[in-house]
Design a protein around this ligand. Structure first.
Ligand code: FE2
Length: 167
């Protein structure tokens, strides 16, 4: 029967979370965003970028920024700020430090993701499981929580897959 084709299964988009006051354009392209002397426990964040049909998005742009292990942002320079492009399988990998809470905010990593130049930019924040402050931070979003495992070197590995509009 002719008619509009409807995908059998569509993934839910990664939720949007507000940008906050500390975004800066012009970050360097790099996967390790940790400058010398940055306080904080080692953290690797990795995952993939998918479209709503579950297809990887090669070359997706990801721009990260977040607070250090004392809850401070670098607003003068670009420490703990950086952008990268997903590889041909839609994979990204960020080497950083674990942000901690500040003011009323639970620990989070800000990120903007864009599938391609015609697609809308997804602005969101990634949160960490098991933080008491998740229950009191009004910006917390349970749809944007990473999985965390402890690593042998005393650091943490976090994983998160994005689902974005491809325009
Ligand atoms: Fe923030």
């Amino acid at each position: 029967m002719p008619g509009k084709s409807v995908p059998v299964h569509e993934l839910g988009l990664t939720p949007r979370v507000e940008e906050g006051p500390y975004y800066k354009t012009g970050s360097m392209q790099r996967t390790n965003i940790v400058g010398p002397g940055t306080p904080g426990k080692k953290l690797v964040l990795e995952g993939r970028v998918f479209d709503r049909t579950g297809k990887p998005v090669p070359g997706a742009w990801l721009d990260f920024w977040h607070a250090d292990g004392r809850g401070n942002y670098d607003n003068e320079g670009f420490n703990l700020r950086g952008h990268q492009y997903a590889d041909r399988n839609g994979r990204y990998r960020l080497e950083t430090v674990r942000p901690v809470e500040y003011l009323f905010r639970s620990p989070h990593i800000h990120v903007k993701v864009r599938a391609n130049e015609k697609a809308p930019i997804l602005t969101t924040q990634l949160f960490f499981p098991g933080e008491n402050s998740n229950t009191t931070d009004p910006i917390f979003n349970g749809g944007a929580v990473v999985n965390v495992t402890e690593t042998a070197d005393g650091g943490q590995k976090a994983t998160f897959d994005f689902v974005v509009d491809v325009g």
